[in-house]
Structures are given as structure tokens and as C-alpha cells.
Design a protein around this ligand. Structure first.
Ligand SMILES: [Zn+2]
Ligand SMILES: [Zn+2]
Length: 334
């Protein structure tokens, strides 16, 4: 495969099709991209805070022809690490699925700013959220949701390029979408793909996420741009799909025996997946699988309490603190 680099910043993966990576892809370090043909452009997602989004927009201005003004912004889903910088993309059309708009305030930046200022007030969940989100600054973020929505599929022209937006959620989130550039054989997956990291199924059903992976595998693509982690290929999609299938099959007997989902998470043998970064996320995915197995109306779970459970699981798995390596490399004190 081409010699893509796993380094922070922009790189062109096809003619006028760019990727913006933020290694190491762990909690909050998301990827974005831009499709530009000189006449028009489309930005895929913004980043988790204003500083990092501005850095990205400056790099786009300096490197992408016509990149000084963004025409269209598409959010792959609502999570803050893909949307909190939206307010900096002034004057652009902002497009997302209806689910993305409904999901938009699941994590309120004001709440995250309050957690960062005083994690203890939010108990053990606050402690782990502060650990996961410590490289970021949530001050001054104004939630800026899509103003145009679509269902199922939308085709748009970006100059001479045809771009397809495909709704594949709810899966990771309530409104997941893929952004496909057929002529250049590139797909941006949002958090439908975590590459070299553990996926987290906030919504499910997990089977729909598996189907979304199969949709990608059926595409004629050479480059798969993950929501987190290095630039990927279809092999990486297969690996993550197999994780979802494997956890599903391991969780099912515990559900059938009436074992509590949290106990099941500790009893399941994660095998090779134990070594994947952020393996503690399995807690949330098993909670979602239990809802899948139960069928019927899906309960809505508040996301914050899961952070306490994930921290305990992370300790149990003997993992270091989130972002320790990044903080050491950047002289970040806390
Ligand atoms: Zn993400
Ligand atoms: Zn996400």
C-alpha cells in the first residue's frame, strides 16, 4: 500500500482528497479530512476543541488549493471530538443525519468544561473523564449542529467530484454516516472504524454496526479513513468487525444465564483484544449488546456513569493512564 504516514496533520491520499490525522487516536484524538477540487470543498468533521480545529483549518489554508474558505462541512456523527470545532467553519453549509442532530447535546461542552475544572465534583466518572479529555480545552465552545439533514443517502457535488453520504447508524452513535468519494476510491468512516483501537458501541444495535462494516467492504475503495487511528484498508475493517462479532458471541451466553452485564464484562475472555488500546470500552459495548439481546424498546443510558466503570475495567486490565505518553511528550503536567 501507499506510504501513508501515521503523523499529526494533513496528507493527500488521492487527488484532492486529504486526511487530517491526530495520533495516537485514543480518547478524543479524532481524524478529519477535506475533499477539494480547487473550485469547491467539503470538510469532513471538526476536532474536539477550538485550538486543535484552528490549527487544522490553518494547515488546510496553507496546503489545500481553495482551502481558505470551507463550502460544506459534513459531520459523520455528533460526538464532540468530531463536532466541537464546528463554530470555526463560518459560512459553510453544515450537513449531518437527523440522528446526528438529535444526538448533538449528549455531551455538553459546558459540562465537560466543568468536569475539567473540578473532576472531584463528578466522582470517579469525573476523574476518568478528566484523564481521557485532559489534552483538550472545552471553554468557549458553542454547540453548532448541522443545519441540513438527510436520511438514508444524499449525493452532493463538490466541484467536479461526486460525494455520497450514507446513513449507517444508529451503531456507534445515533446518527453515523459514511462519506464516500467513489471516483477516488476513498471512504471516510467517522467512528464506524476505530483503527488500532477498541470500538465503543454507545447505541447499537451492534449488528447494524457489523452491517456498516460490510457496506464498506462492498465498496470499491483503496483508502479507508478511520475516525480514530492510522489510515486504514479493508483489512482493518475486517479486524474491527470481527471484534464486534466475537464480543457478541462471548456476551450472549452470559445474558442467557442472567449474568449482570458488568459481571459478564469481567468474566469474558477478551483474548487478543485485551491488548488493544482502550480495551475498557468493552463495558459500554456489552451494555448495548444486552439491550440488543433483550429486543423491544431500547432504554436510553446516560453516558457519564460508564466512565467510572470503564476506569475500573482499565485498572483491572493493567493499562497505564490514558494519554500518559502524549502528556510526557508534550510536557503536559496533569
Ligand atoms: Zn470519535
Ligand atoms: Zn464517536
Amino acid at each position: 500500500m501507499a506510504n501513508w504516514k501515521n503523523r499529526k496533520g494533513l496528507q493527500e491520499v488521492a487527488n484532492g482528497v486529504w486526511v487530517y490525522l491526530q495520533p495516537d487516536g485514543s480518547w478524543g484524538w479524532s481524524n478529519a479530512g477535506i475533499i477539494a477540487d480547487g473550485e469547491a470543498n467539503l470538510l469532513v468533521d471538526t476536532l474536539f476543541d477550538l485550538k486543535y480545529t484552528k490549527e487544522m483549518l490553518d494547515e488546510i489554508k496553507a496546503n489545500v488549493p481553495g482551502g481558505d474558505k470551507i463550502d460544506i462541512l459534513v459531520n459523520t456523527h455528533a460526538d464532540g471530538d468530531h463536532t466541537f470545532g464546528n463554530q470555526l467553519v463560518e459560512g459553510a453549509r453544515i450537513i449531518g443525519t437527523e440522528g446526528t442532530v438529535s444526538d448533538f447535546d449528549r455531551f455538553d461542552p459546558k459540562m465537560l468544561a466543568a468536569v475539567m475544572a473540578d473532576p472531584g465534583k463528578f466522582g470517579a466518572s469525573g476523574e476518568f473523564m478528566a484523564e481521557c479529555f485532559r489534552p483538550f480545552d472545552f471553554d468557549n465552545i458553542v454547540l453548532t449542529p448541522p443545519t441540513e439533514t438527510f436520511k438514508d443517502k444524499m449525493t452532493i457535488q463538490v466541484g467536479h467530484k461526486t460525494v455520497e453520504l450514507l446513513e449507517v447508524g444508529p451503531a456507534h452513535s445515533l446518527g453515523d454516516a459514511l462519506i464516500y468519494v467513489p471516483d477516488d476510491k476513498v471512504v471516510y468512516t467517522g467512528d464506524i472504524l476505530f483503527n488500532e483501537g477498541t470500538p465503543i458501541a454507545w447505541y447499537g444495535p451492534v449488528v447494524r454496526w457489523v452491517n456498516a462494516c460490510n457496506t464498506i467492504l462492498d465498496m470499491d475503495v483503496d483508502v479507508v479513513v478511520a475516525g480514530h487511528g492510522p489510515i486504514a484498508t479493508k483489512e482493518d475493517v475486517v479486524r474491527m468487525r470481527d471484534y464486534l462479532l466475537d464480543i457478541t458471541e462471548k456476551a450472549r451466553p452470559f445474558y442467557e444465564q442472567g449474568v449482570d452485564f458488568l459481571d459478564a464484562a469481567y468474566k469474558i475472555d477478551l483474548g487478543e483484544y485485551r491488548d488493544w488500546p482502550d480495551a475498557e470500552r468493552v463495558i459500554v459495548t456489552i451494555r448495548t449488546l444486552y439491550d440488543d439481546f433483550a429486543g423491544g424498546e431500547r432504554p436510553v443510558h446516560a453516558p457519564v456513569p460508564f466512565f467510572e466503570k470503564m476506569m475500573e475495567m482499565r485498572h483491572h486490565l493493567g493499562k497505564p493512564r490514558v494519554h500518559d505518553e502524549w502528556c510526557q511528550a508534550h510536557g503536559h503536567a496533569h
